[in-house]
Design a protein. Structure first.
Length: 242
């Protein structure tokens, strides 16, 4: 890649058509971070769709708390899987233990985001705050920029694409050349200079974050990212909310 790297820092869809669209949009990298998908599966799929022209980096958008009191945290560079439906405090403690990269997606948006008090609490762990999200209203993006300035934290943006057609609508351009997952993780950790950019036009709508997920939250305890799943061997029983 040439100097300067365009990264869509959060997409939830990944297939051949997503990769083709990302390349047409001039992106160099994507962060693939779906909900309710186990870390090994995310990593495997990211590796499958990475090539010389497009780097795909795995991430996890963690669903902390309960359905009624939920907050999302975007984590990269996990050394072991982290489940959903744990307390925010418990989740952040585990991310700290793993020295994960921690990003704040869509801050203060609706009822699914970290707010200023949360960011203050975990400011030593947070590596960047999303300052533009296509789902936000202008006031949401304005508040997000204010939070990044208030806490003197690096910014990032993403398409937050749940649909193929939204990939590449917003991206973060890092000044440095980034040609590997390790290089992107270092850029995020070190606060490498970057700019937040987007295409002009309407974003997609919030319906993707609403009732379509209710069937995923009617929990049986066997969901792949449920803390009671056998894969977690009871490690999160003390911080699980379901």
């Amino acid at each position: 890649m040439t100097a300067g790297t365009r990264v869509d820092c959060h997409v939830k869809v990944l297939d051949e058509r997503v990769v083709e669209r990302a390349k047409r949009r001039g992106l160099d990298a994507l962060v693939y971070a779906p909900h309710f998908t186990r870390w090994p599966d995310i990593r495997e799929r990211a590796e499958e769709f990475s090539d010389e022209d497009l780097l795909v980096v795995p991430g996890r958008e963690l669903f902390t708390g309960s359905w009624r009191d939920r907050k999302h945290v975007l984590a990269l560079d996990l050394e072991s899987p982290v489940p959903d439906f744990c307390t925010l405090e418990g989740t952040m403690a585990e991310l700290d233990r793993q020295d994960a990269v921690v990003l704040v997606p869509h801050p203060t948006y609706a009822t699914v985001s970290l707010d200023g008090e949360d960011i203050e609490t975990y400011r030593d762990q947070v590596d960047a705050i999303e300052t533009y999200n296509p789902k936000h209203l202008p006031r949401d993006n304005r508040r997000a920029r204010e939070l990044a300035a208030e806490f003197d934290m690096p910014a990032f943006t993403s398409s937050y694409a749940h649909l193929r057609g939204t990939v590449g609508e917003a991206w973060t351009t890092f000044e440095d050349s980034i040609d590997s997952e390790a290089a992107l993780l270092e850029a995020l950790r070190e606060g490498t200079p970057r700019t937040v950019e987007r295409r002009r036009g309407p974003g997609h709508l919030a319906w993707e974050n609403s009732w379509l997920k209710v069937d995923r939250i009617l929990l049986s305890g066997t969901e792949a990212t449920h803390p009671g799943h056998v894969a977690y061997a009871g490690r999160f029983d003390d911080v699980r909310v379901y």
